[in-house]
Design a protein around this ligand. Structure first.
Ligand SMILES: Nc1ncnc2c1ncn2[C@@H]1O[C@H](COP(=O)(O)OP(=O)(O)O)[C@@H](O)[C@H]1O
Ligand SMILES: Cc1ncsc1CCOP(=O)(O)O
Ligand SMILES: [Mg+2]
Length: 272
């Protein structure tokens, strides 16, 4: 896969320890996200063992970011108030040395959010997470997908993802059938998961929140993002096996995020 040979850089034990550390510390994740997925994202964080706080009001967002364990900035429905709050939160997170995740939902054809996303890209996000088309736009190597959906493959975005990581200093994660996570030098593919995640709104957006939840619990942001994707994929696989369609999948997914143990993660994760 990809133009450069990927390598396994993390052991099952490292993934298990990361999940154990998350559960032991209950990270406080500040979420500035879109109106479609807010409730689902909070439930995903709670089920995983984190503590969500949707603090996205100007005047509050900066103060909250200075005490949060990590911050998610998701551009799905970026009204002007929320954009002001995001600017505050990012400045405060950077001042406090707090990790933050940028999810540039639907960048490309939507000018306001694309311009805003390109500005955020250059404000040292710790992780940039998106689908292949979104990542290609932030790398200035594509014109975007179809609304919130990707029209490019993960492999076609691999070179752009590495270039974006080197340019921004962020770990870049590209979701798809197999997820690619890179810091520009090391590249890891996370296999597994379920296509059902694409039939529940927030399947990608809540993954950004889980990336944020892992940031404060491990030193290496690449390991944090890989552990987040492996954990998410393992839970999705378990949920898909128990469900009969998108509705029951969403319920089983929350149950699986809650039930999955560090040992389960170590036994299930497939990296390459
Ligand atoms: N074809 C697929 N098979 C299995 N899992 C998938 C597939 N496509 C996407 N996923 C998973 O769905 C989640 C959301 O990814 P994606 O749909 O690419 O994000 P977004 O919603 O931001 O476009 C990720 O966990 C990803 O691994
Ligand atoms: C449907 C929709 N419209 C604006 S944001 C949004 C949610 C997108 O969620 P995801 O990127 O996780 O599929
Ligand atoms: Mg998305």
């Amino acid at each position: 896969m990809g133009s450069m040979a990927p390598s396994v850089v993390f052991s099952p034990g490292e993934l298990a320890d990361a999940l154990g550390a998350l559960r032991a510390s209950t990270p406080l994740v500040q979420v500035l996200t879109n109106t479609v997925v807010t409730n689902f994202t909070a439930n995903v964080l709670l089920a995983a063992g984190a503590s969500p706080a949707m603090a996205d009001v100007p005047g509050e967002a900066g103060g909250f970011a200075s005490v949060a364990s990590a911050v998610l900035v998701n551009l799905g429905t970026p009204n002007s108030e929320q954009r002001a709050a995001m600017a505050e939160a990012v400045a405060a997170a950077n001042a406090a040395g707090t990790g933050w995740v940028l999810d540039p939902v639907a960048v490309g054809s939507l000018r306001v959010r694309t311009d805003f996303a390109l500005g955020l890209r250059d404000l040292t996000p710790t992780v940039i997470r998106g689908n292949a088309s979104e990542i290609m736009v932030l790398a200035e190597a594509g014109s975007g997908g179809r609304g919130v959906e990707a029209t490019d493959t993960v492999d076609s975005a691999a070179a752009a993802a590495r270039a974006l990581a080197l340019r921004s200093g962020a770990v870049v994660a590209v979701s798809g059938e197999a997820d690619l996570v890179t810091d520009g030098t090391r590249t890891v593919y996370v296999h597994g998961g379920s296509k059902m995640l694409t039939l529940v709104t927030g399947g990608g957006c809540a993954l950004g929140a889980i990336c944020a939840a892992f940031l404060p619990v491990v030193k290496d942001p690449l390991l944090a993002a890989v552990a987040a994707h492996a954990f998410y994929s393992a839970a999705a696989e378990r949920a898909a096996a128990a469900s009969s369609g998108p509705g029951s999948f969403a319920v089983h997914f929350l149950d699986a995020l809650h039930a999955l143990s560090p040992a389960d993660l170590a036994a299930t994760a497939v990296l390459s």
